[in-house]
Every structure is written in structure tokens, then in C-alpha cells.
Design a protein around this ligand. Structure first.
Ligand code: PLP
Length: 419
């Protein structure tokens, strides 16, 4: 029998024959793609930080510390001593890891306490923890909606909402960003669905604009639809006492389903959740796949998050401080000739530049002046709408804000963005 016939198909790739190696299509394709990204200025480089996250950090390769204007550290809690202590105590009492999903042996008394505290914070009946808000968004829609239902989503919703919607068999409607006429069109067109769920970010992370929740809520009431909001860029700091976008619009406790994160203002570690009615939360515990099939949130994170919520309940003066700093920063840059998009009250302050290369170059020049901010370009934002997305923290001092404003103006003049 000829040898070639005796070699199973799957083994031939390992043959030592002298034939030229087959082209590695995947390697070639990826190399070309990466080259194109570099060429277009959209390739994302990661800077390495060698200190804890804070408004001032040290970056590898630089002797001088830099001021951070691109973290979700809205309340300055990422390295707060109270939270480090609470995380340590939780590790003392409950150990490092829990090595289980929740329903097998990953639920502790502290997980239950945190879920209760989150529900109270948002004014809902219950809450359920996930490893991240990405998971909370991925798990929600599929678990509670049927193929007859409809989900009506803002076109600029976060990627994790988009992915969650893709995983769900309900009918999909997409309305133009914050366009209430278009939202109502979708509500009318989906009138036959037994359940319609409107889904929107409370605050949109790339643009710093805030969904008109008062109008959306009124339309939901009028058309008997349910309302879901993603509060990742609002929880802890937006609205009079930091409850979020619902509180900002006087609707605290009136939104059906809230997803949010522990990974931004609330200490910035990791973890997400859904806060909603008892039936929604109970159903998610039974059916949400990222909850059922992923590890429980670590005890240290649970302990520190409980402490954050206590701190927020005790004192909400930081909310005002953050709003004042946000107004100061936005107004000074606008006066200097920059276009700062978004809601004046929101600490996400995108400085619009347009060109992707310009945004990257601008960020590099800022770093040289001790300001750490990042250029965002396609595909994270639409083509031609590149920007430096700055984020203000309640922990930024007035001196840090002034240093950043001065740096923006100097670089803006060098690169002919402002006169
Ligand atoms: C609007 C929004 N939703 C969800 C997420 C995901 O949150 P997490 O980091 O907890 O997965 C993010 C994070 O970038 C976000 O900005």
C-alpha cells in the first residue's frame, strides 16, 4: 500500500516532505489588518502604569508623575484607604477567591448583603451581581424576553447592550440617537408585541450626553412599554445624591431595570449588576447565562463595594464637587475655542478633533506636558469624529484642572486646533 494513502488526512500537515509550506492565511490577514490600523492612526497602544490608579500616576518610561484625565475614577475612590481596608478585611473573613459560580457554592452572606445594598441604593426590589456589567448586559435580554417581544434600542448604546440584544430572539428596533420622534415610531410599529423594552444608556460614554429620560419614561408610560437603562457612567455621581440618571430627572425608583458597574465610580475594581423587580431578578438567577456559568465576584471586591455604598449614603458632597469641577473644565476649554461635546453637567468631556491621527498626536503631546488623556477614533467612535475623551474626577484639584486646561491650550495652539 502506498504510504500517502496510509496517512490520515488530519496528519498530513505534519508531513516532513519537501513541499513549500502552505501560506498562513490567518497570519497574513492579521498582519495586513494591523498594518492598516497603524497607517490610519487607529491602532490602540497601551501605556503601562506602575502605581495605583489615582488622579496622579507614574507611567513606565517616565520619571515625572502625570495627571490622569481618562479614568472612570469619577469619585477618586480607586485607591481610597477605606476601600483598601475593607477589601483586606473581607479577605481576612472570607478568603481570596470562591472558586464557584453562585448557585453551586459561590454565594456568601456578603454577596447577599451587597445585593440588598445595591437594591436600596437604586430603589428597586432586588439586585443580582455579575462578574461585570458587560455580563449583566449580555445576560439580561435573552433571559427575560421571548421571540414575540420587542426590544427598542438607541443606536449609540454601549457595545455590551448591542451584544446582549444580538443574543436575544426578540424583534429588534433601533431608534436614532436620543430622537424621541423615532423612538415613538418604533413603539407604534411594535404595538403587537406582548412586551416592549426600551433600552438606553443613561449617559453615553463616548459623547458625554445624557438620555432625555423624562421624555423616554413618558413615552414608555404612554405606550405601555418597559424601560431599561445602563447606568455605568452615572451610578455614584450623577443626579443630586449620585443615584444616577433617574435621580437627575426626578425618576428615582421609576425605571424598570437598571444595569450598572462596580468597575467605575464605585471603586473601579470589577463587577456589575442588575437592579430590578423581584420577578426580573429571580428569573435572571435561574436563566442568565453569564450569571450561571461564570465565577462569583471575589470577596475583596464585595467587601469594598459594600463600604463604597455606605460612604455614599453617609456623604454626597463629592457629587457637587464633581459637578463644579466639570463646569469649570468644560467652560474654560470652550472659552479657549475647543468644541467640548455632551451635557454640561456630565464629567465625560470629549474634546472634538475630527481626525484620528491628530487625536493620537494631541494625546502624545499632552503626555509630554504631564497630562494623561487618550485619543479615541474609529471604530470606537464614528469615522471623522476622533476626539480626546477627558473625564473629570471629584478628586482632581483645581491646580490639576488648571494644568490640564493650560496643556490643552498649548498643544491646541501648536497643532493649530485653536488660535
Ligand atoms: C455604558 C457601559 N456599559 C457597560 C460597560 C461594561 O462595564 P464593565 O466594565 O463592568 O463590564 C461599560 C464599560 O465600559 C460601559 O461604558
Amino acid at each position: 500500500m502506498a504510504l500517502s494513502r496510509a496517512v490520515p488526512r488530519a496528519c498530513r500537515a505534519f508531513s516532513t516532505s519537501a513541499a513549500a509550506p502552505a501560506a498562513d492565511t490567518l497570519k497574513e490577514r492579521l498582519t495586513t489588518g494591523l498594518g492598516e490600523m497603524r497607517e490610519a492612526g487607529t491602532y490602540k497602544k497601551e501605556r503601562v502604569i506602575v502605581t495605583p490608579q489615582a488622579t496622579s500616576v507614574r507611567v513606565e518610561g517616565r520619571d515625572e508623575p502625570v495627571d490622569v484625565f481618562c479614568a472612570n475614577n469619577y469619585l477618586g475612590l480607586s485607591n481610597h484607604p477605606e476601600l483598601v481596608k475593607a477589601a483586606g478585611s473581607a479577605m481576612e473573613s472570607h478568603g481570596f477567591g470562591f472558586s464557584s459560580v453562585r448557585f453551586i457554592c459561590g454565594t456568601t452572606d456578603e454577596h447577599k448583603r451587597l445585593e440588598r445594598a445595591i437594591a436600596e441604593f437604586h430603589g428597586t426590589e432586588d439586585a443580582i451581581l455579575y462578574p461585570s456589567c458587560f455580563d449583566a448586559n449580555a445576560g439580561l435580554f435573552e433571559a427575560i424576553l421571548t421571540p414575540e417581544d420587542s426590544i427598542i434600542s438607541d443606536e449609540l448604546n454601549h457595545a455590551s447592550i448591542i451584544d446582549g440584544v444580538r443574543l436575544c430572539k426578540a424583534n429588534r428596533y433601533r431608534y436614532k440617537h436620543m430622537d424621541m420622534g423615532d423612538l415613538e415610531r418604533c413603539l407604534v410599529e411594535s404595538a403587537d408585541s406582548p412586551v416592549r423594552l426600551i433600552a438606553t444608556d443613561g449617559a453615553f460614554s463616548m459623547d458625554g450626553d445624557v438620555a432625555p429620560l423624562d421624555e423616554i419614561h413618558a413615552l414608555a408610560q404612554k405606550h405601555d412599554a418597559k424601560l431599561f437603562i445602563d447606568e455605568c457612567h452615572a451610578t455614584g455621581f450623577f443626579g443630586p445624591t449620585g443615584r444616577g440618571t433617574d435621580e437627575f430627572f426626578g425618576l428615582h425608583g421609576k425605571v424598570d431595570i437598571i444595569n450598572s458597574t462596580l468597575g467605575k465610580a464605585l471603586g473601579g475594581a470589577t463587577g456589575g449588576y442588575t437592579a430590578a423587580s423581584q420577578e426580573v431578578v429571580d428569573t435572571l438567577r435561574q436563566k442568565a447565562r453569564p450569571y450561571l456559568f461564570s465565577n462569583t465576584v471575589a470577596p475583596a471586591v464585595v467587601g469594598a463595594s459594600l463600604r463604597v455604598l455606605e460612604m455614599l449614603n453617609e456623604d454626597s458632597s463629592f457629587v457637587e464637587r464633581l459637578r463644579d469641577s466639570t463646569h469649570y473644565f468644560r467652560d474654560r476649554l470652550t472659552e479657549a475655542g475647543f468644541t467640548v461635546s455632551g451635557n454640561r453637567d456630565h464629567p465625560i468631556c470629549p474634546v472634538m478633533l475630527g481626525d484620528a491621527r491628530l487625536a493620537t498626536e494631541f494625546a502624545d503631546h499632552l503626555l509630554e506636558r504631564g497630562i494623561y488623556a487618550i485619543g479615541f477614533s474609529f471604530p470606537v467612535v464614528p469615522k471623522g469624529k476622533a476626539r480626546i475623551r477627558t473625564q473629570i474626577s471629584a478628586a482632581h484639584t483645581r491646580e490639576q484642572l488648571d494644568r490640564a486646561i493650560d496643556a490643552f491650550i498649548a498643544v491646541g495652539r501648536d497643532l493649530k486646533v485653536v488660535a
